[in-house]
Each structure stands twice: as structure tokens, then as C-alpha cells.
Ligand binder design. Sequence first.
Ligand code: 5CA
Length: 445
Amino acid sequence: MRLSRYFLPVLKETPAEAQIVSHRLMLRAGMIKQASAGIYSWLPMGFKVLKNIENIVHEEQIRAGHIPMLMPTLQSADLWRESGRYDDYGEEMLRMSDRHGRDMLYGPTNEELITDIFRSHVGSYKDLPLTLYHIQWKFRDEVRPRFGVMRGREFYMKDGYNFDLSKDDALHAYNRHLVSYLRSYERMGLQAIPMRADGGPIGGDYTHEFLVLAETGESEVFYDSAVTDLTFGDREIDYDDHAQCQAILEEFTTRYARTDETHDEAVFADVPEGRRRTARGIEVGQIFYFGTKYSEAMGATVVNDQGDRVPVHMGSHGIGVSRLLGAIIEASHDDKGIIWPEGVTPFHCGIVNLKQGDEEADAACDALYTSLTALGLDPLYDDRNERAGGKFATMDLIGLPWRITVGPRGLKNGVVELTSRRTGESEELPPEQAVEKVAKIYASL
Ligand code: 5CA
């Protein structure tokens, strides 16, 4: 993309309404614009990152054997009356009626709708196990929407639902979700720690939240610092292997790590004193096993191999896709702007032309652009007639991990400059080698 033809409405001033750095940077980098309280338009660069995060989530869910689909945002209140949650959910639920006076709502989550789909089409244990998921907009009329996309009213969520014959199988589905979530967050350049949590309005007492440690996080968390040494890395995983998935759950959840809702001082005291940590965290996902809560209330049953009709065991599993943009920025920025991890960056590499209009510099930038694009990369070429300082400031603000700087002086010696946004280190290389190096970095992801 050529910046002169793109829509990147960067703000010079720091918006006064934004209290935390990720919100400020998303506004300044022209990624989002508030439409009304807790509701945002996603401007092109914000939309690009949102889609990159969504793609990682899709790939990892499909790898785990979970099946993508799409349910609507608007739901009929009748289903929620069946589960008993229409009255229970309270003021967070946005309610409305259609022209026929039928009660409708904007879905805050989808347990009821998916259970209705399941009971309409599945009747035998032979069709199990089954895990369906979608990535769809949700609405929760939060009392205090704040921090930009972090606590929105309208937000984008991946929610998945497993249906299993036995508790054991449902716990394996829970483990699969835990593993696939660990992989997803790591691909986004994040460490998200699974912590024992509370079921809230979803229900169930077996649940973990995934937390990214950050001072601006809304949750208070207590953990053994040894949990921060754990990484999933590139180990092979067989999602059908119950024992392997269970071992990973144990590896990542045995040490003390809890949110304030489940925190227990007496148990925490057993953690060696030097490793006890109290901090704040951003909740970027939550997994639940809630047994037969919805299947019993809504008649989601199957006939088992004995010929008996039994309610299925269920769980639901969510990732805050839009919140993740804020969480990633909170975890990865400096005083100049965002530093995107390679896994989610909106453009793979920036090209800065120090002397727009100079025949040689223009030609070298065009050639770089063509080579990067031919390798399947997506560069952002700042081809505006701006001073170098302004171009660098924009690149630093929007946070592309790699920048190639092209100027007449370097070209005389046959080199361009390749700079890492994270370390600030630069090296001079012939243009082909700069392209090769960038391509290699992305090929290794
Ligand atoms: N049905 C279950 C799992 S699918 C569920 O709704 N879980 S949840 O309530 O924990 O939400 C899943 C994730 O959505 C949370 O972990 C959080 O990352 C994100 N989320 C929840 N509320 C908001 C909000 N108001 N703004 C942005 N993201 C949110």
C-alpha cells in the first residue's frame, strides 16, 4: 500500500478522553473512531489488525478440530426465557422489540442459540464429540465502557461451544481449548496466563481466565512467579491425545494463579514468599465447563449406546478478539508509539523514501515495493512529500516491526537501511538483502 493512497488519519494531538496508553495510541494511529460510548468504527489499519487476530484465532481453532460457523447478532428473547437467563442477565442485555412486538435482544453471548441449533439437528451419541464456534459481534451494555476497545459495549468475540456425551470428554474439550488458546496468544506475541476464575453469568465452577499482565488491567491477580516462565513454544500437539492435552493443562495450571474472585490467602501462603506476586491483568479469554446447565434447561439430549436419552455435557470458550488489540498495545509500546509483534502487524514492513521526487530514490523504493509484494509481503510505502522527521514519527507511531529507509546518500553506496522498531537497531544492506532478511523473518513465523 502507498501511504499517499491509503486512509490513515493520524492525530497530532493526544486525545484528552483516553486514559490508557493503548486507547491513546489506537486513536492517534488512526485505527478506530468512537461512534458512541463503547462503540467504535474500525478504520482501515485497525480493521487490518483485527482481521489478523481473527485469522490466528480461526487457524488455531480449526487446527484443534473445532468447526467454524456464524450465528446472528440479534436473537429472540424466547430462547433466553427457556434457559432462565432473560431475567437473570439484567441491565447488561440490550433489549428491543420488532414491529410485531416480539422481544429481541442483541446477543451478549450465544449459549442459548447454539443449544437450540444442537437440539434441532443432533440426536445420537454417534454425532459426538462436536465443537462449534463463531467470531461475531456481541453487545453488553456495560455500566462503564472505558479504555477504548478494552471494555466496549459492542465488541468482537470468538465463542466456541462443545457438546460431549460424558464429563470426561467435555473436560478433554476444555483442555483442547486451553492448548489452542495458549498457541493463539503466543502467535500474537503475548503471554496470557491461565488463572482460576469465577463463572459469572455464564455459570459453571470450572473455569479459567487468560490474563495478560499489565498495570492498566482491570483484574487483580495473584500468582506464583514461576508461571511466567512457561511458554508453549513450537511443540507438536495431537489434539486427539487426551493424555497429552491433560498434561499441558496440568503444566500450565498447577501453580498458583488466580483472579481476585477465587483468590485464597491460605493457599497462596504455600507459595514460596519470594515467588508470590500480586499484579493487574487484562482478561483476554475465558474457558468454562458447565456440565448440563443449558442442555437440561433446553432439552439438548442424545440417545446413548444403551438407548437412553441423556443431556449432553457442555462448555463455552471465549476470546476477546477486539480487546486483544488493546492488550497487545499495552504489552508492546514505547514512548514513540506502538510496536506490533510480527504475528499481527498491519503491514509487514514500512518503506521510507527520504527524498520523494528524486529519480533514483523513487525507483529504488518502487523496486523494493515490487520485490516485497512478489514474496507475498504487504509493505506500507510512505511516498508522501513530507520531511524525513515526519515520516519517521508516523512509522514509529504506527509501529510496523521493520522499516527500510531509502535515501540518495545510501543508494550511492548501493545500500538501504533496515531498522527494527523494537530494538531501534539499524543495519545498512543492499536492497535485495534487506528484502531477503524481512522475508525470512516472516517465513519463520
Ligand atoms: N460465553 C462465554 C464464553 S464463549 C463468554 O461470554 N465468556 S466471557 O464473558 O468471558 O467473554 C469472553 C471474552 O470476551 C472475555 O474474556 C473478554 O476478553 C472479552 N470481553 C468480555 N466483555 C468485553 C467487553 N465489554 N469489551 C471487550 N471485550 C470483552
